[in-house]
Ligand binder design. Sequence first.
Ligand SMILES: [Zn+2]
Length: 312
Amino acid sequence: MKRRIGILVLALMLILSLNVFAEKADRYEQVFDASQDAGKLTARFLQLTTRSDDKSGDCTILTSPDGKVMVIDAGNPSTFVDVDNALKALGITRIDYLVASHPHVDHIGSFAQLIYAYEIGAVYTSEIEYPTSHYRRYMEAIESTNTPHIILAEGDSFKFGSDVLVEVLHPAKGIEYFEGYPDGSTQFINNRSLVMKLTYKDSSFLFTGDIYTAAEREIVARYEDKLKADVLKVPHHGDSTSSSRPLRTTVDPQIAVMMHDAIADLRIYRNYSNAGAATYITSIDGAVMVSTEGDGEYTVISQFDRVNDFLD
Ligand SMILES: [Zn+2]
């Protein structure tokens, strides 16, 4: 009997030492701790969990050094709870800049709910119109709450708080719809996502929505080195429709973040990672916080640790 207990104890120790039952560390509270945000430009890339057939989508919450709030995209409607929880954890009640990269449901799905639940400074979109029920619902929300609606196009720029410059690099003004629009318009709309560069002193972030390689080619040709940015929101959730070599080498990010329910394409992940970028996928790493004082140096906190090395 004693011997059997001894063996059981040994087995238990072995199991514990293998961390089989070890709880996965969860740094959600650290990622969404706003107490150190003053004086920094901080981006929090959310891990959204879809509760519908639509993919969860993108949502990034940014805070300026002087405490203004920008939300770029806000997942499909079923992810509103994730966006709402993150905003609440950060103590945010007002969104000064609510930005839609483009009007697909995985980017604007939660907009109507956000507009009704939060005080909104203004909604910023490209001029593209997309007659779907989700789109109409958020346009109705803008109207019925008298929220200012600002249309952005290439060449526009504005200040995010007093210290951060936002430059709109794409799309150009004057969208020409093809005949039969919006049937078969997925690529057309994705390629007209807002591309915005945020600069705070020596630090920079590039947000690319869901552009494909066609739009990447255009902006690389138009801007060349001006596209360079330390932190890249990887286009189209890390899918192989996007992240062409010219884009990757021109932006040359230190940090690349993909928001996705899974992994869109492992090769795209490796392309960034092998080029030396610290590369994150929200499906694996959870929410990711990237923060800078404007000196080109970044603090990154991801919600989860990697439990194996299959991404290496
Ligand atoms: Zn998308």
